[in-house]
Design a protein around this ligand. Sequence first.
Ligand SMILES: [Zn+2]
Length: 403
Amino acid sequence: MKAANRDFTRAVNQFNILNSIREAGRISRVEIAARTGQSPASVTNITADMIREGLIREEECGCKPRRGRRRIMLTLDPEAAHVVGVKISAFQISFAVVDFVGGVKSSLTMPIRVSERREETVADFIEDGVRHCVEDARLRMDDISGCGVAISGFVDSASADCLWTPLKKGRTRIRDLVAERLSVDVYLENDANSVTVASQWFGQGKGIDNFLVVTVEHGVGMGIVVDGKLYRGATGIGAEFGHVVLVPDGLPCRCGKRGCIEAYACDGCILRRAKEMFSRRRGPVPDLETLTIEDVTELARAGDPGLRKLFREGGAILGQGIAGLIQIFNPERIIVTGEGVRAGDLVFGPMRKAVKKFLNREQFEATEIVVQEWGDDDWARGAAGFVLSELYKSPLDKIHRAG
Ligand SMILES: [Zn+2]
């Protein structure tokens, strides 16, 4: 075998070993050989190199030894690499420094009205935020193996073109502007796709080949994993579930159409409808200038029937859309997440009811719907997860940038 081919085979074997350790969490060499189909000698050989490189480490199995010695297990070394995730939203930019297993080491949120700033200024803010966050994690920029920037809209991640985003008109140069400032590899990706890849590598999508992620926040986003791969569609821009029209001539949507799922189910639309409702209401109403979606959720929980109806309608439309997704994709699992998850049963009770109503029993029972808790740094963590998934596929020297 030519040397180049030997190197390639070894790189593939190493990727498969790394993947089986990631999926299992802790695993013995014998189990790795069984899962990957590699010989025990090859597994011993390659894992010895990976331990020397600091990618993985040995741990004694906590279980009782059957004969004599305790079993030695292998786990990923969280300190093997660090990456930064950045999420650009309409009114803030959030950051997270994440280790090799997706653990958050530090995070930060900066309030900034992104659409009112020049791109260069936004890139300056991102540079400051990343440097600050890296310092907070007690790391140096040299320790950072890559930076992921997540943005809502139509992103072609291969060319880093952002074809449309609610944050800016026209194409964006944000990836290149950030890369110039930080001197690290910068990846631009759609925010829902980032969260989907992060779920696949470190969350509820781990080990599942066919699943969907629906994100509910200011908009309604979606990521699709088919046969273990992120599905991007013919033009690479992926899924825009939020802008599927379910109510002909329904409420206006920010995309210019009427009756989109998003126009009923997203946080921003529920807040807007709540304000309209209060402005028409006689008697005492809250201050509409300062009213937030959190206030609206709380008032609905306290029993305001008008507000409860808004959440119920949002949930029902979302459920109708999800029933359609189940019919098309037959996924093993649908993960619903995002800031909107905080509304809890106000939305997800009606959502589940609608999913059930629009499917026959076999279809309904074939897909598990998981509503996943949402943390403040989850968008930035998602952006970082995308970079990690790229790193796992790359040769060792890229992971050990500093070494
Ligand atoms: Zn729309």
